[in-house]
Design a protein around this ligand. Structure first.
Ligand code: UGY
Ligand code: MN
Length: 245
């Protein structure tokens, strides 16, 4: 209950901060005991969608049809079984999974599962097949110093192969560490704060952000972050890559 109509959520034409207090679930065909919060979507001007999926009971399903969309997902908590046409995958906490276009799949989550799914239309290249189904554990991916800064480390989850037209990364900042400069770039971001807190600059506004918040940055949205508080701040983010404008 919010008596005074206040929220940190802010949505504009080039960026958005979505705080969890405003989440409202969507219903999708065939979904049972599964809840979807569509946090980012083309309805706000984005090219990607970012969907937070949770599960209400042990018997559940969240089916996705086969079409031109590719998907990348991250298991923030709990576990998830993914049913594919020819096999099924059991994904524990901190798993990531990439599914190329034209791959039908169904998610079945544990009752404590929290999954972030990124989805967009795959951009093919003339002489290159789409990437294969790819999965792994974020805890197996080393964090590399970002632009030489030891206190801001980047885990690049998917292979740096030009067949991929997206990246999903985890960025971890020690308290007080910052993005080294205000980035302004053609790439779009969808972002989920996984841990800690800080201040995110988006265009000309500065927002306090914390674990559970999500951010959309349109192409060319000037962006900067500083981690604050007692524990490191980390976020999962999506980025489109490897395609000429
Ligand atoms: O990969 C990136 O563009 C990343 N450094 N951006 C960000 O964290 N906002
Ligand atoms: Mn960036």
């Amino acid at each position: 209950m919010n008596l005074f109509g206040q929220t940190r959520t802010s949505v504009s034409s080039r960026h958005a901060l979505i705080a969890p207090d405003g989440h409202v679930p969507s219903q999708f065909p065939g979904w049972e005991n599964a809840t979807a919060i569509v946090i980012i979507s083309p309805a706000m001007g984005a090219k990607l969608s970012q969907i937070l999926i949770t599960f209400k009971a042990d018997s559940n399903q969240a089916p996705f049809p086969s079409d031109a969309h590719e998907h990348a997902l991250y298991i923030e908590s709990g576990s998830c079984q993914v049913t594919l046409p020819d096999r099924s995958l059991d994904l524990p906490t901190t798993s990531f999974l990439y599914l190329p276009p034209h791959t039908p799949f169904t998610l079945h989550g544990s009752s404590d599962a929290r999954i972030t799914l990124f989805r967009k239309i795959y951009q093919p290249l003339p002489d290159l097949a789409p990437p294969p189904i790819t999965h792994g554990l974020a805890s197996d991916v080393p964090g590399e110093p970002f632009l030489g800064f030891d206190n801001a480390r980047l885990q690049t989850l998917l292979p740096l192969d030009p067949a991929f037209d997206l990246a999903i990364n985890i960025f971890t900042y020690q308290p007080g560490a910052t993005l080294p400069f205000v980035e302004t770039h053609i790439m779009e971001h969808g972002l989920l704060m996984l841990q800690g807190q800080g201040i995110y600059r988006l265009e000309d506004a500065y927002y306090p952000v914390q674990a559970g918040d999500a951010i959309w940055m349109a192409p060319y949205c000037p962006q900067w972050f500083v981690a604050m508080g007692a524990v490191p701040a980390s976020y999962l983010y999506y980025k489109d890559i490897h395609r000429l404008p």
